[in-house]
Design a protein around this ligand. Sequence first.
Ligand SMILES: Nc1nc2c(ncn2[C@@H]2O[C@H](COP(=O)(O)OP(=O)(O)OP(=O)(O)O)[C@@H](O)[C@H]2O)c(=O)[nH]1
Ligand SMILES: [Mg+2]
Length: 411
Amino acid sequence: MGLFSKIKNMFKSTEEEEDIVEEQEDEEVEEDEEESEVDEEIQEEIEETNEEETEIDEEDDSTDVEESEVEEESEPVVEETKVIEDKKSIKKAKKEKKKEDKKKDIKIYEKGLSKSREGFVSKLANLTNKYKKVTDEYFEELEEILIMADIGVNTVMDFIDRLRDRVRKEHIDDPSELKEIIVDELFIIYVNDEILTNKIHYNDKDISVILFVGVNGVGKTTTIAKIANKLKSEGKKVMMVAGDTFRAGAIEQLHEWADRAGVEFFGKEENSDPSSVLYDGIENAREKGCDVVLVDTAGRLQNKVNLMNELEKMNNVINKLVDGGCSETLLVIDAGTGQNGINQAKAFKEITNITGIVLTKMDGTAKGGIVLAIKEEVGIPVKFIGLGERMEDLVSFDIEKYIYGLFKDMM
Ligand SMILES: Nc1nc2c(ncn2[C@@H]2O[C@H](COP(=O)(O)OP(=O)(O)OP(=O)(O)O)[C@@H](O)[C@H]2O)c(=O)[nH]1
Ligand SMILES: [Mg+2]
């Protein structure tokens, strides 16, 4: 079975009732297994404690003092059993929440990628219907569709070469046979033997500071709000720091988002030195017991040297105040800007250490291929994608959900 079929099967349950029932049954079995695991744990712990008791019993020379000690020893068994039972219910609740979140995420992917699906994926489907045989014209048209989808010329060239190779070796001449192979190969481009790190790195020793950079209007501030909202729902205490002191109204805008998300805010007046805002912001966050500090910046690229100096200064502040330094520097890119966005990523990569990319406005573009282009041409992992303007419309990037959201109608 091809990769895509596997992915499709994984997500089928969100659209078919029957599968939901099956899934539930599977999960019940899983839960039973888990329960028996926990039961075994309980059993082991009880046995251990009993063993300790007999040891004490054996040592017992019938002095009153020691006897009362033995009695005291037996109490923790009850307590421990209770702790384990609590753990069990917490585990169960966590699992339920994960399941819910996964379903919500898939829905957001499906909805947010509908433009891309209708655009480039429907073109792919039409191509298959148009050609009876895999010919040179077929490849040329396929190449054009992929380039139009912002996949990036070099990536497309490599991709077409690989596809031609497979067609030759596997003696394929029916375009419909190629559909699944195309999706598989696109997936392979992304995965490419690397371990995908879509996870956000949090500082486990100290407060986590995350910087957001990117050119004007790409969605930095909105993304900060969305991430704050996400972190808050995970139980983290968050502060937003208004490091964009350059654009008029930027500080107030961030403040409003902080209020809406119900998180802490720190800012100074317009035109303050961003590094001094950051310095005081981190100290303030520490005083308030925050876990994560999200820093908005004015990432204008018009003057590369200035921006580089400013970001370096900000990093020096973070290094001075925070054990382990900056947790992440996320570059925000507007997916609708295509090659321009890729060029921004390349430019920012030269200026500072970008650890991840947030691709916004994926819902507004019919060119879902940019994710693959970023991977190929920039080599920085996409950590989040924005699929709408609402607070909930930001999801951790997951290649499997992405491929599913993109191609679900094609097969
Ligand atoms: N459809 C859609 N719109 C988005 C998304 N993310 C951001 N936007 C919109 O993009 C616009 C700009 O967003 P901001 O967050 O202000 O962008 P910014 O990078 O902070 O802009 P400056 O502070 O001016 O540099 C707003 O109208 C947002 O609602 C998204 O994922 N989907
Ligand atoms: Mg902004």
